[in-house]
Design a protein around this ligand. Structure first.
Ligand code: FE2
Length: 138
């Protein structure tokens, strides 16, 4: 099993956003670990809820930054967040009921989604926000 982790290729070069991403990657890796090692259900719950909360807060944060910057690709970016939100909502109750397979499926979805989303979509957003910040310095 390849353990899921954040690497430099996932960097978007906005320190606060990179920190939030690392926390989400960390929670996803912990969930993967807990499911594969058949950790007690209370532990799976704790990790799952930390993952959901950090993801929701993070998406809201990025969307606020993009709105503030009048980012043109906002709808496209938000649509990707919506896909992940939908999957989390769909899988969370199953995992809470103890469905380990559902947990593994969610981890598989997230590992692909997070890698695709951070390396392209978030990196483009990062470039836009950094550029805007530079343009405001007089
Ligand atoms: Fe994003």
């Amino acid at each position: 099993m390849r353990l899921f982790h954040w690497s430099k290729s996932n960097a978007v070069f906005l320190p606060v956003i990179d920190d939030e991403h690392q926390a989400i990657f960390q929670a996803t890796g912990e969930l993967q670990n807990a499911l594969h090692s058949r950790a007690p259900q209370f532990q799976v719950h704790e990790i799952l809820h930390r993952l959901i909360t950090s993801t929701e807060d993070h998406f809201a944060h990025e969307e606020k930054l993009m709105r503030g910057a009048r980012y043109l690709a906002f709808d496209w970016h938000r649509q990707q967040h919506q896909t992940a939100r939908k999957r989390l909502k769909q899988y969370a109750p199953l995992i809470e009921e103890g469905d380990r397979e559902a947990g593994i499926e969610l981890v598989e979805f997230l590992t692909r989604w997070l890698d695709d989303h951070t390396t392209v979509t978030d990196r483009m957003m990062g470039a836009h926000l950094r550029n805007q910040e530079r343009a405001q310095i007089r």
